[in-house]
Design a protein around this ligand. Structure first.
Ligand SMILES: *Cc1c(COP(=O)(O)O)cnc(C)c1O
Length: 357
């Protein structure tokens, strides 16, 4: 029997990906030139699809990178001269902060305890902060900053650039991207694709800031924002990109558009409630995030006594879930609830979890 991956990334492939890979091989997609008209139309279809699926405003653009890690570095190189501030509540948000210090920026972190989020009311930015980095969904702890919080931060700080990590939340949440100036994701989480492609969303304020910075500073080489943008307008990347990845993303986005954004949001919510509700009432499991409005609908984290035993028992039934992140490996499990995971699969997972004792 085929395994089902509920791991928080890489995860189960979107259920149409296998067919799209076969078609891509038949069409020779991995061999076409990245300067050909065939590639340019793949590029533009993928970009247009993402714009539609995420409801991106007109003055927002998309660039392809290799990963979200790359986007962290590009944001710091291209949009920050000195000072960035980071809301940190887990491993991923902290990594972005660390990158800023490694790159010699004057970086500040505002930190919440693991499993919590930062209350916007406690945020007070230094006036010379150029960019505020927010993580919508902290995949390591399963804490999810509410969209209302992000909106409040936008209202509090209209002058700063706001960067939003949506790696494990797009397209599963109804995010209004006009709240932020830049956002990014990798494709191996909610999009259910093989890893190796990052998507960087940025608006005209980012382009403006970048052109100011370029007058006095280096902003990098092949993926400096101005160049990535200029090539993007020609439906190309500066380098030979992950052509297969861009093609597959375009196809999955079309499938998701056919399904409908609202259906994806609703099903995410439904499956998440099913998991929290059932496991909360089971003696073995406790949701790690205590405050309900901070509980992630896409990467659910539960405390339990013997995670490796739970993981092992599920694996015997071909269901693969994640262990806790880093030092929480021995006290937590993590369960991904991505668009590819069907209601039936989640119900089956719940049944098996409930049968454990
Ligand atoms: C996985 C993840 C990343 C890193 O993605 P890469 O593709 O490994 O660069 C960043 N942020 C969050 C919230 C993630 O879950």
């Amino acid at each position: 029997m085929k395994k089902i991956y509920f791991t928080p990334g890489p995860s189960e492939l979107y259920f149409t990906v296998e067919d799209h890979i076969k078609t891509a091989l038949k069409k020779g997609v991995p061999s076409i030139s990245h300067r050909s008209s065939q590639f340019k139309s793949i590029y533009s279809e993928t970009v247009e699809g993402i714009r539609q699926l995420l409801n991106l405003p007109e003055n927002y653009y998309i660039g392809f990178t290799s990963s979200a890690n790359e986007v962290w570095e590009r944001i710091l190189q291209n949009l920050v001269v000195n000072k960035s501030t980071h809301l940190v509540n887990g491993a991923f948000s902290n990594k972005f902060y660390e990158f800023a210090t490694l790159m010699g920026k004057d970086a500040t972190k505002i930190e919440a305890d693991y499993g919590q989020c930062i209350d916007p009311k406690t945020v007070s930015l230094d006036p010379d902060t150029e960019l505020l980095a927010i993580t919508h969904n902290e995949t390591s702890s399963g804490a999810n900053q509410t969209l209302d919080d992000i909106k409040s931060l936008r209202e509090m700080y209209p002058d700063q650039l706001l960067a939003l990590d949506v790696v494990s939340s797009a397209p599963s949440y109804p995010i209004d991207y006009s709240m932020v100036d830049t956002a990014y994701f990798s494709v191996q989480k909610c999009f259910g694709l093989p890893a190796g492609l990052g998507v960087w969303i940025y608006n005209d304020r980012c382009l403006e800031k970048n052109s100011q910075i370029q007058k006095t500073n280096s902003t990098g080489t092949y993926h400096r924002l101005s160049h990535l943008h200029e090539m993007g307008l020609k439906n190309q990347n500066p380098e030979t990109p992950n052509v297969l990845g861009i093609y597959l993303l375009g196809e999955v986005v079309k499938d998701m558009l056919r399904k409908g954004q609202e259906t994806i949001w609703r099903e995410t919510q439904y499956k998440s409630s099913l998991l929290y509700h059932n496991l909360e009432n089971h003696s073995l499991f406790t949701p790690f995030v205590k405050k309900k409005e901070w509980r992630s609908n896409t990467t659910l984290v539960f405390e339990c006594k013997n995670p490796s035993e739970v993981i092992e028992k599920l694996s015997e039934k071909n269901m693969i879930i994640g262990k806790g992140y880093g030092k929480y490996a021995d006290s937590q499990i993590r369960i991904a609830n991505f668009p590819t995971h069907s209601k039936e699969q989640v119900e089956l997972l719940v049944d098996i979890l409930l049968s454990l004792n």
